[in-house]
Design a binder for this molecule. Structure first.
Ligand code: PEP
Ligand code: MG
Length: 316
């Protein structure tokens, strides 16, 4: 039955009443593209470019190497969207030439956009390589920054994109609670938001994502996390802009329905999850997703939220 449901499900992501929710793939480089295309991804919602940089921790990859890798991903999605995240170094992904060695709390230190603003030449070279790679391709290139805390960060990133002459939409990842709480202010500087729910959970619950002992607090069904998602999605709607999710939360089919009900406009996940999310979303109307989202937010724990959503969606 599962197989039948999956094969019956193809094409763009949508609720049963036709509310479109593009289903995009998370990729780490060209090697992940075939699986994304095979799963029917409508584009890429998160290209984690740091994998290109992790081969050599002493220096950034050459322009040529970057252009080649970006081009291979961009040309796989003609007419689609490809959202490229600029280098997210630091914390669990330290790079010798960018990351300070002596930070007491690397997750709270110079990581993500912060390292790039300290090394503007690395950001500039990456943005120029993206501009070169995208030239002449029929793809909608979007570029976003990791670890944006506030409007000032968003402006610094947008300025760097403009200075590099990039013909793309510029966006901010929402991974820090301050950016979710003041999403409307961040949106004065950028054209879209993308929620990184893995880090957003880490920073909301003060629970290191690499420490198994606190994994209960990393659960993306936590109502406090859903409140922050709602805050960002409502701000984007008010500004007429888009707000996707590219963290692990998007790969959980029932939670994908909840995120849709909260007003999230696209979902990006590992390619293997796309068929399951597509099939589940197609079973429910937008109004059901909205009722599920409200029921989840009315609870006090991740487990209660799961049960409440199952009850709403099974018609109990
Ligand atoms: C996230 O934090 O949710 C995210 C998508 O980025 P990463 O997992 O690469 O930190
Ligand atoms: Mg992150």
């Amino acid at each position: 039955e599962r197989k039948a449901a999956l094969s019956a499900s193809s094409g763009p992501g949508a609720t049963s009443d036709g509310h479109k929710v593009p289903l995009l793939a998370n990729v780490g480089g060209p090697a992940d593209v075939p699986a994304a295309v095979e799963a029917g991804a409508e584009g890429v919602g998160l290209f984690r470019t740091e994998f290109l940089f992790l081969d050599d921790s002493a220096q950034a990859p050459s322009q040529d190497k970057q252009v080649e890798a970006y081009r291979q991903v961009l040309e796989a999605f003609p007419g689609g969207r490809v959202v490229v995240r600029v280098l997210d170094a630091g914390a669990d992904k330290p790079l010798d030439f960018l990351t300070p060695a002596d930070e007491p709390n690397p997750a709270l230190g110079v990581r993500g956009l912060r390292s790039l603003l300290d090394h503007p030449e690395v950001l500039r070279d990456q943005l120029r390589a993206l501009a070169t790679a995208a030239a002449g391709l029929p793809v909608h290139l979007e570029v976003m920054a990791p670890m944006v805390a506030d409007r000032q960060d968003a402006k610094a990133f947008a300025d760097a994109c403009r200075e590099a002459g990039l013909a793309a939409k510029f966006g901010a990842m929402v991974e820090i609670p301050s950016a979710a709480l003041r999403a409307r202010s961040v949106l004065q500087e950028v054209e879209f938001l993308s929620l990184g729910t893995n880090d957003l959970a880490q920073y909301t619950f003060a629970a290191d994502r690499q420490v198994g002992a606190v994994s209960r607090l990393q659960d993306p069904w936590q109502p406090a996390l859903l409140d922050l998602v709602a805050s960002a999605a409502e701000a984007a709607r008010a500004e007429g802009k888009s707000c996707g999710v590219c963290g692990e939360a998007a790969a959980d089919p029932l939670l994908a329905c909840v995120l849709t009900g909260l007003g999230v406009t696209s979902l990006s996940m590992g390619a293997a999850s796309i068929p399951y999310v597509r099939a589940t979303l197609a079973k429910y109307t937008l109004a059901q997703c909205e009722r599920a989202a409200a029921a989840a937010r009315a609870t006090d724990s991740a487990d209660e939220a799961r049960r409440a959503v199952q009850a709403v969606l099974s018609g109990e």
